[in-house]
Ligand binder design. Structure first.
Ligand code: ADP
Ligand code: MG
Length: 285
C-alpha cells in the first residue's frame, strides 16, 4: 500500500491498515470519489502509477496516462459488534448478487478482517470489487433521456451511435428495474439506489449499481425506516426506482401499482422530505 494512504480516517480516529501488504506489484490509493459509508481505494498496478507520475513517451510526446484501477477495495466504516452481525451484512450482499447478477452490479468478494490496532480488536467488513469505469447517473436529473444523452456525450472513445448506446442502456435499466422489483417482492429488501454515485452507466452501454452495502428492509406499514446514518434510504430508493421507470424509461406507471401506491403517497413523501432535511442539516452542522 502507498505509504501516504497508510493512515485513514475512520470517524474521528486514525486507523492503521496493518492487514494490507505493502509489497508486491499493487498500490492502494484513496479513490477521488467517496461516500459516507465506505472508504474506497483503487487498486493500481505500481508500473501504471509510475507511468502516471513519471510519464511515458507516446508517438514522440511525453504523456501522463491516468492509472486505471484493476479493482476497487472497499472498507465499510461500520464497526460490528459480533460475527453474526457481519455475516448478516454479507448475506444481504449475497441476496443482491442472486437477484441482480454480475451484469447489473459491481461484483465484490466480501471478506471479514479481525483487525487489531494497538491492542484493540475490531471486526471490519471489506470487499475487493470490480471497477466500473463510467459516468454517474443522477436519477433526479430530468427529463431522463436528455440526462442519458449528456452522459453519452461526456464519455469518450465509444464507437456506438447515441441511438444504439441509448437503446442498450435503456434495455439494461429495464432489466435492472425488473430484477430489483423481484428482489423486493421475494425478500423484502431493497439496495440503496439513492446515494450519489451509486448508479453508473458505462461507455459500452452497461448500467451498474456499485454501492452494494446498504441493503435495507421495506416495511409494509406506515413506518418510514431510516438507515444507520439516519437517512430514509428505503423510501428514497423506491422513489428512485419509480423515477427510472417513469422518467428514464418513459413508462406510464399504474396508479394501482402496489409498491408505488404504498410508498409514494404525497403525505408519506412529505414526511420523507422532512427526514431528508434533518439528515442533511446534521451533515452540514
Ligand atoms: N466498484 C466501483 N467502481 C467505480 N466506482 C465506484 C465503485 N465503488 C464505488 N465507486 C464510487 O465511489 C463513490 C463511493 O462509493 P459508494 O459505494 O457509494 O460508497 P458509500 O457506501 O460510502 O456510499 C461513488 O461515487 C461511487 O460511484
Ligand atoms: Mg453510496
Amino acid at each position: 500500500m502507498d505509504i501516504r494512504d497508510r493512515s485513514i480516517l475512520s470517524g474521528d480516529k486514525v486507523l492503521k491498515l496493518n492487514f494490507i501488504n505493502d509489497s508486491g506489484p499493487y498500490i492502494f490509493r484513496r479513490y477521488y470519489r467517496s461516500g459516507l459509508r465506505s472508504l474506497i481505494f483503487e487498486v493500481l498496478l505500481a508500473k501504471d502509477v509510475e507511468k502516471e507520475t513519471q510519464g511515458e513517451i507516446i508517438d514522440g510526446l511525453k504523456m501522463f496516462p491516468r492509472a486505471k484501477p484493476k479493482k476497487m477495495f472497499r472498507i465499510l466504516r461500520n464497526r460490528f459488534t459480533s460475527k453474526d452481525e457481519i455475516l448478516t451484512e454479507i448475506r444481504k450482499y449475497t441476496i443482491l448478487f442472486t437477484y441482480l447478477g454480475p451484469g447489473l452490479i459491481a461484483a465484490s468478494e466480501e471478506f471479514i478482517v479481525d483487525y487489531s490496532n494497538m491492542g484493540k480488536r475490531e471486526i471490519v467488513l471489506c470487499g475487493l470489487q470490480e471497477y466500473i469505469e463510467g459516468e454517474i447517473l443522477d436519477p433526479w436529473r430530468t427529463p431522463g433521456e436528455n440526462h442519458l444523452r449528456d452522459l453519452f456525450t461526456a464519455m469518450s472513445e465509444t464507437d456506438m451511435t447515441p441511438e444504439v448506446w441509448l437503446g442498450k442502456v435503456k434495455q439494461n435499466i429495464a432489466r435492472f428495474v425488473e430484477k430489483i422489483r423481484k428482489m423486493i417482492a421475494h425478500t423484502g429488501y431493497i439496495p440503496d439506489l439513492a446515494g450519489i454515485g451509486n448508479l453508473i452507466v458505462t461507455r459500452d452501454g452497461r448500467f451498474k449499481l456499485v454501492d452494494i452495502n446498504n441493503i435495507v428492509p421495506l416495511k409494509p406499514d406506515d413506518t418510514i425506516l431510516i438507515d444507520d446514518k439516519g437517512y430514509p434510504s428505503c423510501d428514497v430508493s423506491v422513489d428512485v426506482l419509480s423515477t427510472l421507470e417513469r422518467d428514464v424509461l418513459q413508462k406510464s406507471l399504474s396508479p394501482n401499482d402496489p409498491l408505488y401506491s404504498h410508498f409514494l403517497t404525497p403525505e408519506r413523501k412529505k414526511q420523507v422530505r422532512l427526514l431528508e432535511k434533518t439528515f442533511y442539516s446534521r451533515l452540514t452542522a
